[in-house]
Design a protein. Sequence first.
Length: 460
Amino acid sequence: MTINGGISFWYATDRTAPTTPPRPPLTADATADVVIVGGGYTGLWTAYYLKASAPDLRVTVLEQKFCGYGASGRNGGWLYNGIAGRDRYAALHGHQAAQRLQQAMNDTVTEVIDVAAKEGIDAEIHRGGVLEVARTPAQLTRLKAFHAAELAFGETDRELHDATATRARIDIADAVGSSWTPHGARIHPLKLARGLAAACERLGVVIHESTPVTEIAPRKAVTPYGTVRAPYVLRCTEGFTAALKGQKRSWLPMNSSMIVTAPIPESTWQQLSWSDSTLLGDMAHAYMYAQRTADGRIAIGGRGVPYRFGSRTDNDGRTQPATIDSLRELLFSFFPVLTGTEITHAWSGVLGVPRDWCATVTLDAGTGLGWAGGYVGSGVATANLAGRTLRDLVLGETTELTALPWVNHRVRRWEPEPFRWLGVQALYAAYRRADRQETASHTPTTTPLARLADRISGRH
């Protein structure tokens, strides 16, 4: 029987999470030097680096549920060097500026691993890199273009593999090629979030859980239990941003769903040649992402139902039965030897998508308002870079990080409903149809339907 919801498989397998009492909520008006809204990766990394750099700074984190409740406790466990919007930043600011951003992301993977080790955070981290695979001729064409682009942005340690070499790394049915980067690691996402929260508290950060923020305004964050006033108010709410007053159309909360198998026998792992906990993705338009967990399962994710009308978000991570079925079929198509394997858990969560699909970090010195996010699914590492950048901005320092092209980038808002819902549904229907067309036709070029969807969506 598949457990559907319950926040995530990561929550279920972090034995201390369900039994740990929540941190006390805010009970009255308060003051701080910096108040951070959101107890996920972005908020916690920002708090961590601020307090580590300026110990006398009074830093308060307000979290509506508990630290790691959102995407930080539900994601695919991909600590890797991807960042949303790099190509657009290259067009706006030049290739070298975007290359500096990419190098910062490469370094961020190591930064997270090093801090986890320093703080004694056992997040089941294993650095096996990321394998992006192509399974159709059109995907192979996109893969080669993707590989060349990564090399052009300075990732000279990336490797391009043919079908034989790909299946030697991971034996994927119908694989025709792949690109591998060493800049990636498998993690248990909730253990990282919970360990990071504890590290923040050791530094003196005040964290209030069960404290929803209803409004953010210059120098204050308003909750049902009181208002926290501070010179700096930082919004780190990612996929939950639309719930805040005035933010309904800022970032679209995109749904992503996951399933995880029962533990797989070692003999089957040997058949799959998946020995190094390499992260796995593909070049489909409706792409997938997967990892080999520390306890010998496969966790695999994809879009499912991409968006709920009115920017609504779920409460407990429950996903649609049809999405579970489609992810199960996808898993078995990649690995036919697993056909019939039990799916033990399924869940979903939301990620933040700006209208131009570009991650950003911003601070308005005049109002003291700042924010970071819009990671479009690449937030595990990007949140760390955002946290360090927000630290430098708040402390008024001019650094290599504050000069990166994603700093203070602004973008127009999403369309109002029902156009937003209709548009997203149509786009992902187009992407799924394009994938089916490319699989059936064996054409080496991306279908016109997918190219049109990319242009309309703003992804390219």
